[in-house]
Design a protein around this ligand. Structure first.
Ligand SMILES: Nc1ncnc2c1ncn2[C@@H]1O[C@H](COP(=O)(O)OP(=O)(O)OP(=O)(O)O)[C@@H](O)[C@H]1O
Length: 119
């Protein structure tokens, strides 16, 4: 049991280190986290329904997850292909596309939930 807890603790430390690395190295990550904070404070101030807050939480989580995967893919691509390579370009562009899709979905959800309350 102690070994299991120690292993879990180590895995948690590694995951936290990955998140901190992404936060420090990716400007977009800071933007996503700041936007998520603002959106959740607005949801609280505007008394959004529980299901609406849940939708926002899922949307911002997906954006942050996509950015974390994007950072991981960028890092592996830079390791394997430090010079220009069309395949490296595809990998990075597709990963960035995933972030864009998640961000667009989050913005659409934000517009649907906030615009009627702010107008
Ligand atoms: N090794 C490479 N070979 C070919 N194209 C590359 C390579 N590295 C980067 N690119 C191109 O440059 C773009 C930007 O890559 P870069 O590594 O600078 O990511 P970034 O600007 O940090 O992206 P993000 O804003 O998503 O963090 C990629 O989407 C890709 O089109």
């Amino acid at each position: 049991m102690t070994m299991l807890l120690l292993r879990f603790g180590k895995a948690f430390q590694h995951a936290a280190a990955g998140i901190i690395y992404a936060l420090r190295s990716q400007r977009n990550m800071t933007v996503h986290v700041t936007a998520a904070g603002i959106v959740l404070i607005m949801a609280w101030r505007l008394h959004l329904a529980r299901s609406e807050v849940l939708m926002l939480v899922v949307a911002v989580t997906l954006v942050i997850m996509a950015e974390l995967f994007n950072t991981a893919i960028e890092s592996v691509v830079d390791l394997i292909s430090p010079g220009y390579h069309p395949q490296a370009k595809i990998a990075k562009d597709v990963a960035a596309g995933a972030v864009l899709i998640a961000a667009i979905m989050a913005v659409i959800i934000g517009i649907i939930l906030f615009v009627p309350r702010l107008c």
